[in-house]
Design a protein around this ligand. Structure first.
Ligand SMILES: [Zn+2]
Length: 410
């Protein structure tokens, strides 16, 4: 399955947890008023809900067996533990899957399973931020938002559209497994009907903040995440010449206008215990994702969305530059390759900075070598290539690099 396909797919699925409505400004929903509507071992009650569950259980089966999931035992058990902490009374019933999709998103399905996108893991600076997103999604399950939405759709249209909506969801999920483009497209259109309105989102925010604080995390991690999302989108737009539709991103499905940010900040302040020191779990988080982070960076950079990628790299670098971060920064410019912006020079400078760091990836040495060779700095290029070959002797391009060494003589 191509990257575009994966993104299109989950876009459709993502719309399940959506909310584009702007609506009329209303009073903030107070975290204290948010109580879970379901408890442990919850089962569907009436016919509507039973039908919904039945269909969504098939969706989960498809997703659980699909090639879209990232299977890293360390990360998946970590995610499971995390939803266990912020999932409220139904936490032990919830399931969580990690999808290999470079988008800033996470979704919760009506039966209590969540999908976290790998692009979300890339962007989170610490455990508290990730826990905040998961808490928000748990809020949707605990408040039975999907059922409320399903009933709304039934009321507004008719039973047949509601049923075909579910059919489309299942068909689309089957597409996730099989890579069937038609089905994937169907999932995108049909599931986009399943968008939450602003009030439902506000409830999930209030419930989420409460769950987050209850688990001992600083509730301010939640508005921090939304701010990152807004800033990333702004920088992405500034670098893009023409607008690219990202209707499947968290930004589109979870709009964060100023009023929502203000509400989130107020709610976070309300549930923060004065004088208490909160652990953001950064060290634990970073060590958990350390092994997959270079891949997550690579996925993002390859989207060729320089504004967003640059924002992400620079945000993560606030916690310290690393070889993979410097390498990713250089790759952003190399892939854009705009001569008027002197991208080649910027990339060369980036590779050069990356190889100064002890954890520089092998590819940084290779590209550093390429740039030096182009600049006619043969001896240094040879040294960089040799270092690359020592680190990645079995790389597919190793024979080519050896040949370059020969060409350069010595
Ligand atoms: Zn939401």
């Amino acid at each position: 399955m191509t990257q575009i396909t994966r993104r299109a797919v989950i876009g459709g699925v993502g719309a399940l947890a959506a909310g584009l409505h702007t609506g009329i400004a209303s009073a903030r929903i107070l975290p204290a008023t948010m109580v879970p509507l379901i408890g442990r071992g919850y089962r569907p009650v009436d016919a509507d809900e039973k039908g919904l569950w039945q269909q969504v259980e098939r969706v989960e089966e498809e997703i659980a067996g699909s090639n879209i999931l990232l299977h890293d035992p360390g990360v998946t058990s970590y995610l499971r533990a995390l939803i266990g902490k912020v999932g409220g009374p139904a936490a032990s019933d919830m399931r969580i899957y990690l999808a290999h999709v470079p988008e800033f998103n996470a979704v919760m399905f009506p039966t209590g399973f969540a999908i976290v996108f790998s692009g979300l893991l890339l962007r989170m600076r610490n455990e508290a931020q990730l826990a905040g997103v998961i808490a928000h999604e748990s809020g949707h399950f605990l408040r039975k938002h999907q059922l409320r939405q399903f009933r709304d759709i039934k009321k507004k249209s008719d039973i047949f559209s509601a049923v075909s909506l579910l059919g489309g969801m299942v068909g689309g999920a089957a597409g996730v497994g099989t890579g069937n483009l038609q089905q994937l497209a169907e999932l995108g259109t049909v599931a986009s009907l399943f968008r939450y309105n602003r009030e439902i989102e506000a409830e999930a925010d209030a419930m989420g903040v409460k769950l987050l604080a209850g688990a001992g995390y600083a509730p301010t991690a939640m508005p921090e995440t939304w701010q990152q999302l807004i800033d990333e989108q702004n920088l992405s737009a500034r670098y893009r010449r023409k607008h690219r539709d990202r209707g499947y991103s968290l930004f589109e499905t979870h709009p964060a206008p100023e009023s929502r940010m203000a509400d989130l900040r107020a709610s976070a302040a309300e549930v923060t215990v004065p004088g208490r020191s909160y652990d953001d779990g950064r060290a634990r988080y970073l060590s958990t994702i350390a092994a997959i982070r270079p891949m997550l960076l690579d996925d993002q950079v390859k989207l060729n969305d320089p504004g967003a990628s640059l924002y992400i790299v620079q945000t993560l670098a606030q916690d310290g530059w690393s070889g993979p971060l410097r390498f990713a920064e250089a790759e952003i410019w190399r892939l854009r390759g705009d001569p008027r912006q002197r991208d080649a020079e910027r990339a060369a400078a980036g590779y050069s900075a990356a190889v100064q760091l002890p954890d520089a990836p092998a590819d940084a040495w290779r590209w550093h070598g390429v740039m030096l060779q182009k600049a006619g700095r043969t001896a240094e290029a040879r040294a960089a290539y040799s270092r690359y070959l020592a680190m990645a002797p079995a790389a597919p391009d190793a024979p080519f690099v050896r040949q370059q060494l020969t060409v350069m003589g010595g």
